[in-house]
Unconditional design. Structure first.
Length: 225
């Protein structure tokens, strides 16, 4: 059973999330502002914390920064703010994921399970297949149809990040934070170099990784041409 903390200043959202997650078998604790979230995170051992960004008393970003001083519990932000700078701010302060309101509860649930499993080193999904490309997490190999490719570690991690976020555009900075880490201070164009290597290795499947000019990179959805 996953134990999660839901922090949002809107009663309706808290109630909806509580009802939904408890029905899914989660153990759910609640907080109405960042101050309460910090206190509960200090007193309890949660598998994951959900923080609304805009809250009175102490906002979600500040709460995450304070929680990171004593805990590495995964944090998912909820926010109506969807600009790239908002997402980057969340990641820089230690957030693991960022969901823009409104969102399907099923998507949030999958993100919770995936984030917790990744944090614990659990990978129930040994393979991921999209557009004819298969990732084998156990062997860290890539298959294009029947053709097997051995990727360098960073290339595998980058392709996995794009495929796991299919359809979503990831900026170079977001990719650097996720793959190279928060302390990386080199040239962000290193991402372009790795993308070129990935496309070269994928050959006829290379167009599955698309460039969004001025924004970043994305892995195409199944139905995209």
């Amino acid at each position: 059973m996953l134990k999660i903390l839901v922090c949002d200043d809107e009663v309706k959202i808290r109630t909806t999330l509580y009802d939904y997650f408890t029905a899914k078998g989660f153990s759910v604790d609640m907080a109405s502002n960042g101050k309460e979230a910090i206190e509960k995170a200090e007193e309890n051992d949660f598998d994951l914390i959900i923080l609304d960004v805009l809250m009175p008393t102490v906002d979600g970003l500040t709460a995450c920064r304070e929680i990171r001083k004593f805990s590495d519990t995964p944090v998912i932000f909820l926010s109506a703010l969807g600009e790239e700078e908002d997402l980057l701010r969340g990641y820089k302060l230690g957030g693991d994921d960022y969901i823009i309101k409104p969102f399907p509860l099923s998507v949030l649930t999958e993100k919770i399970i995936t984030t917790v499993n990744r944090h614990k080193g659990i990978n129930p999904q040994k393979r991921l297949t999209l557009r004819g490309i298969t990732l084998d997490y156990g062997t860290r190999k890539v298959f294009c149809g029947e053709r097997e490719i051995i990727f360098a570690a960073k290339d595998f991690d980058l392709l996995a990040l794009l495929m796991e976020n299919k359809g979503n555009v990831l900026s170079r900075e977001v990719i650097l934070r996720k793959i190279w880490g928060y302390d990386y201070d080199g040239d962000e164009r290193v991402v372009d170099t790795h993308i070129k290597r990935i496309r070269k290795a994928l050959r006829e499947y290379a167009d599955s990784v698309k460039t969004v000019i001025g924004a970043g990179y994305a892995f195409k959805k199944e139905e995209e041409k």
